[in-house]
Ligand binder design. Structure first.
Ligand SMILES: [Zn+2]
Ligand SMILES: [Zn+2]
Length: 410
């Protein structure tokens, strides 16, 4: 049995509190303060009947295969779902499929009203229900290209994001089916090549709202979502992803650390409820060249804020292309004590919002990351395709994962 590599193993620097509320007795107590304070893994109070980090894996055989694979080579994450969907050029009826042909859900009896004819074009997550064959084919294309990990089509499968389409009631089903499709694609690939395990990564997106920043420049105190609403959003999503068979959970494209903390809080509660856990990946987004997230953190601060969750990996994705991301991945790798992931965009978008970095160029850059010992998991974000993943896979093949180098050095 492999011992999982954890961020900051060891004992807590905090005294063990008798109850959560005693940690922060001030009247301004906010639920999110709970996850700042104690190292929950060291608590033995009856309030914590199951320590999240002491819980067994929900899928022990898959978790062990994952650890073994990570110890032996750099694993490939897939590329963009959206870029592949664009190739299909789906129109409104293409998005609706049969089930949503009239704009509303034919599977649920209801009184039709004006909202039943809303536009669904652009709701990529809905395709898991309306056009599952397309999503299945995209997963298969990435697995054929050499991806070890495929991300579920659930980036916007939260109430906050689905409210744009008034499809909040589908959130649970979107997550279950999203995970099921990715897991089934992995199972099919494993059947063809049993020596090589593949993993379905249950994706939790950032939502379109920020808990720590006002969307109104004239009203800095205003928020369009709060911590508890985000916890509720993520609880529903996590429940669906686990039910659908996700092997890993990934909080992705984190631009606001407080949103990510809400996701971690929901995950923690869900693991306790189920009496088991899944490996966790956290991936942040640097939103400009100053090297900070939207909520203002450097990569080091980002790691410190989230290390209590002991993720299997921490990393960066999206926003900048690989080359621009290098110093920030270096900073993270120098700081973090868990595995490192990166899945950059195919360069910076041009004036038309298109990503132009070729597979060869991106692979050359990422190979130099690998040669430097920065990577355990690598893939692509916006603009990347199976051609990118295949070329990156070939480029990094000869390089050892970062985790093994650290062991060698010790
Ligand atoms: Zn209707
Ligand atoms: Zn992206």
């Amino acid at each position: 049995m492999h011992t999982p590599r954890l961020c900051h193993p060891g004992t807590s620097r905090y005294p063990i509190p008798l109850s959560l509320r005693e940690i922060s007795p001030d009247p301004g107590f906010q639920p999110e303060h709970r996850i700042f304070a104690p190292d929950l893994a060291t608590l033995t109070h009856p309030m914590f009947p199951a320590m999240t980090h002491a819980l067994p894996w929900l899928h022990p055989d898959r978790a062990e295969k994952l650890e073994t694979a990570l110890d032996s080579r750099i694993l490939l994450l897939d590329g963009a779902m959206g870029t592949m969907l664009q190739r299909h050029g789906l129109d409104e009826s293409g998005y609706r499929g049969e089930r949503f042909a009239h704009g509303c859900d034919a599977h649920h009896e209801h009184e039709h009203d004006a909202s039943c004819t809303r536009d669904l074009k652009g709701n990529n997550d809905l395709l898991s229900l309306s056009r599952p064959e397309i999503i299945r084919d995209i997963h298969a294309a990435y697995l054929d290209a050499g991806a070890d990990l495929v991300e579920t089509n659930t980036f916007n499968a939260t109430r906050a994001s689905q409210s744009d389409y008034r499809m909040e009631d589908l959130v649970h089903e979107l997550n279950v089916e999203g995970a099921r499709l990715a897991r089934a694609a992995c199972a099919a690939a494993e059947k063809r090549d049993p020596a090589r395990p593949r993993f379905a990564v249950g994706v939790l997106g950032p939502t379109s709202r920020t808990a720590s920043i006002s969307p109104d420049v004239n009203d800095p105190g205003f928020r369009n979502i709060d911590f508890q609403q985000l916890v509720d959003n993520y609880t529903e999503a996590v429940d669906g992803l686990i039910e659908g068979g996700a092997d890993i959970l990934m909080i992705e494209t984190v631009f606001d650390t407080l949103n990510a903390k809400a996701a971690l809080y929901a995950i923690d509660a869900e693991f306790r409820r189920r009496g088991g856990r899944l490996p966790l990946m956290v991936s942040g987004t640097i939103t400009d060249r100053s090297g900070r997230t939207l909520s203002g953190q450097t990569p080091e601060a980002f790691h410190i804020s989230l290390a209590h969750a002991r993720p299997m990996s921490i990393g960066l994705n999206c926003a900048l292309g690989a080359e621009e991301l290098r110093p920030h991945v270096q900073a993270l790798a120098a700081h973090a004590d868990c595995r490192i992931s990166t899945h950059p965009n195919a360069g910076l978008p041009n004036a038309f919002g298109e990503y132009e970095e070729t597979p060869e160029h991106m692979a050359r850059t990422l190979e130099s990351f690998a040669a430097e010992g920065l990577l355990d998991i690598v893939g692509g974000c916006c603009g990347t395709t199976p051609e990118h993943i295949e070329t990156i896979a070939t480029a990094v093949r000869g390089h050892a994962p970062r985790a093994m180098r650290k062991d060698d050095a010790a």
